[in-house]
Write a protein that binds this ligand. Structure first.
Ligand code: KG4
Ligand code: ZN
Length: 338
């Protein structure tokens, strides 16, 4: 059998990424992170699309070079259709379209949130793939969902956030503490040295399998303001404990709903995906759940958690095998459901 080479392009937010996969195995996975947003405390869409335009050609060149193939050997080009920032998505889709047209190979549009879930199907030594059906919790800067995954392309959202995404909860909490954007990884770092029970925050009461994080953010803001009024050095003196307490509360919120989802569906294979699944506390808690609750948990390799093109490539590969292609009239979408 001839090998299938897929070039994947991801540009939904502030990372410009390209990957080459051979039969579902990653040959290269390149990400150019944009640092221009740090000083603004969040992603500035106009700056993001401009940086994508500067980065996309070199990122794709490096991905092909590192994979050791030329563009003429490619079988298809997969790209992120959405959800994401429109200006950012358009840079990736225009490039993918023109390249597929020029090479005369199929074009494959990929849903970014499906990709975070199907990242678990990348061929990777030492990593098991879940069996269908399984539960996936997608936790990122833009989404917080619990999804029942029946097959590659049959997914059902059974719970989701009613306001902020969990990544926003991390990033906004970090901002309150004066940490730069994105603050999630920094909270994780300081939390590892702190006492998670130092400052008890209350969990919101939300129906069913849904989530809410905006109340927690407000609670943290008022708590920090009050403490700083009493002692201007409060944050500096307690940074590790504050971060550990915030992270502990967020993990508890996620685990409560995940436990409820396992109970409700009777499915005990649990996978996580999205940027926040890089969090060491969540990774440890989910590993422990194997022994504690008898779950089988699936935790992606670090580089496949935050936005990357390898996950777009694995979806592209499975669509290629199914023969699901798009023509150049396919449009980018800021919002799409699973
Ligand atoms: O999936 P992703 O790269 O982009 C979106 O599609 O949103 O997720 C980015 C989010 C940010 O909110 C970032 O703070 C968070 O993932 N994040 C983390 C960690 N690493 C990234 N949050 C907590 N702990 C981490 N180690
Ligand atoms: Zn993402």
């Amino acid at each position: 059998d001839k090998p299938i080479y897929i070039l994947a392009i991801e540009s939904s937010c502030d990372d410009t990424a390209a990957a080459v996969l051979k039969n579902g195995k990653v040959l290269s996975n390149i990400v150019a992170r944009q640092s221009v947003h740090e000083e603004y405390g969040g992603v500035v869409p106009e700056l993001a699309s401009r940086a994508h335009q500067q980065n996309i050609v070199p990122v794709i060149d490096v991905a092909l070079k590192k994979a050791g193939i030329t563009r003429n050997e490619l079988n298809a080009i997969a790209f992120t259709q959405g959800p994401g920032l429109m200006g950012s998505l358009l840079v990736g889709s225009s490039f993918a379209k023109s390249m597929a047209l020029a090479l005369g190979i199929p074009l494959i549009a990929v849903n970014h949130m499906q990709a975070h879930i199907l990242a678990h199907f990348i061929e990777e030594e030492g990593f098991d793939k879940p069996d269908f059906p399984f539960l996936a919790m997608t936790i990122s800067g833009g989404h917080t969902q619990i999804v029942k995954v029946n097959s590659y392309f049959d997914m059902e959202v059974i719970g989701e956030t009613t306001d902020d995404a969990v990544g926003e909860a991390f990033d906004k909490s970090a901002k309150i503490l004066g940490l730069p954007y994105p603050g999630g990884p920094l909270i994780d770092k300081y939390a590892q040295e702190g006492n998670p029970k130092a400052f008890p925050f209350t969990k919101p009461k939300v129906d069913g399998l849904n989530f809410s994080f905006s109340g927690l953010k407000t609670q943290i803001l008022y708590f920090v303001q009050k403490k700083v009024a009493e002692n201007p050095d409060f944050i500096e003196e307690n940074r590790n404990d504050i971060c550990a307490s915030i992270q502990y509360t967020i993990i508890n919120i996620l685990m409560d709903k995940l436990k409820a989802a396992v109970k409700e569906t009777g499915i005990n294979q649990v996978a996580i995906g999205g940027g926040v699944s890089a969090n060491s506390g969540i990774r440890n808690t989910l590993k422990e759940a194997e022994k504690k609750y008898g779950w089988k948990s699936f935790i992606p390799k670090f580089e496949y958690t935050t936005d990357n093109a390898a996950m777009i490539g694995i979806v592209g590969y499975h669509k290629y095998l199914e023969g699901t292609f798009n023509d150049v009239t396919v449009t980018s979408k800021a919002r799409i459901s699973l």
